[in-house]
Structures are given as structure tokens and as C-alpha cells.
Design a protein around this ligand. Structure first.
Ligand code: HEM
Ligand code: HEM
Length: 178
């Protein structure tokens, strides 16, 4: 392979640990969402309990992911117009922020509602605030009406960008995360 070819086809992947963090986060988000859909369609308390436990697991996962992100070296940027690079950085930052804010809002909703959170029957997160209905309502609104629509918007933009790279630019950017 000559020099030009290797520059065209070489792919700088994210470190394996970062790829693992990425896909498990996506999976946990999917599971947490499926569980709330199941709960809303069946009204079965079992599902809301699992929604909370998976949501808190995602919070812990994101803390670990954030620490990892601060220590690893990201692969060199793919060349693209400055505005696209800026937009991707903002979207990634927003996704980190939302995936941390969402379970915190959920947790505080439960806490202010006076309900401890059962973690898969293994241990319990006890109530660490003084229950307060108006605070519970506030975090409920934040969880369901503000942060959730933002997660949907940023995730769709993110997946849309990945598909754009894959099928329009054909620069195999997705392989960096596979
Ligand atoms: C990133 C993690 C999470 C995601 C993506 C998520 C997502 C959602 C969504 C989409 C809803 C339904 C909103 C609607 O009614 O349209 C919901 C409701 C709810 N979530 Fe979460 N959630 C997460 C974490 C948590 C956590 C950690 C807790 C509590 C410990 C929690 C507690 C609840 C409760 C109690 C409801 C029902 C609210 C109601 O029926 O009024 N969630 N969540
Ligand atoms: C089909 C689904 C998905 C695909 C194909 C995908 C693809 C990618 C790719 C290729 C990158 C690396 C971008 C680069 O190297 O410049 C990336 C990064 C990232 N993705 Fe995804 N992704 C998907 C789902 C998700 C979901 C569901 C989330 C969270 C809601 C997410 C959050 C992130 C974040 C935060 C980064 C930045 C990584 C960092 O800076 O540490 N992704 N994704």
C-alpha cells in the first residue's frame, strides 16, 4: 500500500475501552426507554422498578465513562468543515450532559416523592432528601418534558450524522466506534 492509499483507508479507532463505554451506554439507554414504554402500556410496577434501577446504572456507567474520557487520548479528528466539527463536539458534550442529568432528575423525583430506589434487589438507595411534593413535581417535569425531548433530539441528530458519514460522505467514520 503506498502512502496516499494508507492515508485514505487507515482508520483511527477509539480505544477499545471507549468503544465499550459507548455501546453499553447506548444499550442501557435503550433498555431504560423500553422499560418505561412497557410500564406506560401495562401499568405494571415491576417495569417502573426496573426502569429506575437501569436508569441509576446508566448514571454510574456515565460517571465511569466520563472519568475514562478525561484520561484517554481521542483519535485524531476526521477532516471536515469547521462548523461540522464544532457541531459534533457540541452534540457529544450535550449527550454526556443529558445522560447524566436525566437519571439524576429521575432519582431526585423519586427521592422527593418519598420513594427509595431498589437496585435489582441487591441494595437500596435510601431517601436522602426531605420529601417535598412540589420538588417531586419539578423533577418530574424536568425528567419527562425537558430533558427527555432533548435526549431524543440530540440522539437523532447524532445517529443522522453517523448515517450521513456512512452513506453520503462514505468516509467510514462509524468504524472509529466499532
Ligand atoms: C437516562 C436514564 C433515564 C431515561 C432515559 C428515562 C426516561 C424516562 C421516560 C422517557 C419517561 C416517560 C416520560 C413520559 O411520561 O413521557 C420516564 C418516566 C419516569 N422515570 Fe425515567 N428515565 C431515566 C432514569 C430514571 C431514574 C434513574 C429514575 C428514578 C430513580 C426514573 C424514574 C422515572 C419515573 C418515576 C417515571 C414516571 C413519571 C410519571 O409517570 O409521571 N427514571 N423516564
Ligand atoms: C446507531 C447508533 C449510533 C452510532 C452509529 C454511533 C456512532 C458514533 C461514532 C462513529 C462516534 C465517534 C465520532 C468520532 O469519532 O468523531 C460516536 C461518538 C459518540 N456517541 Fe455515538 N453512536 C450511536 C449511538 C449513540 C447513542 C444512543 C448515544 C447516547 C445517547 C451516543 C453518544 C455518543 C457520544 C457521547 C460520543 C462522543 C464520544 C466521546 O467523545 O467520548 N451514541 N458515536
Amino acid at each position: 500500500m503506498d502512502k496516499v492509499q494508507s492515508r485514505t483507508f487507515a482508520i483511527d479507532k477509539w480505544p477499545v475501552i471507549s468503544r465499550f463505554f459507548h455501546w453499553i451506554s447506548a444499550l442501557l439507554l435503550l433498555i431504560t426507554w423500553v422499560l418505561i414504554v412497557l410500564y406506560e402500556n401495562t401499568d405494571n410496577k415491576f417495569y417502573i422498578g426496573l426502569h429506575k434501577a437501569f436508569g441509576v446504572s446508566l448514571l454510574f456507567w456515565m460517571f465511569a465513562r466520563l472519568i475514562n474520557r478525561l484520561f484517554i487520548k481521542a483519535p485524531p479528528e476526521v477532516s471536515m468543515p469547521n462548523w461540522q466539527e464544532l457541531l459534533s463536539k457540541l452534540t457529544h458534550f450535550a449527550l454526556y450532559a443529558m445522560l447524566i442529568a436525566m437519571p439524576i432528575a429521575g432519582l431526585l423525583m423519586s427521592m422527593y416523592g418519598g420513594r427509595p430506589v431498589d437496585m435489582f434487589g441487591l441494595f437500596e438507595i435510601p431517601i436522602f432528601v426531605t420529601p417535598d411534593r412540589s420538588m417531586a413535581r419539578f423533577f418530574n417535569d424536568l425528567h419527562t418534558s425537558i430533558i427527555w425531548p432533548m435526549i431524543i433530539a440530540f440522539t437523532l441528530a447524532h445517529i443522522g450524522a453517523a448515517l450521513y458519514h456512512q452513506f453520503i460522505k462514505k468516509d467510514r467514520l462509524i468504524n472509529r466506534m466499532l
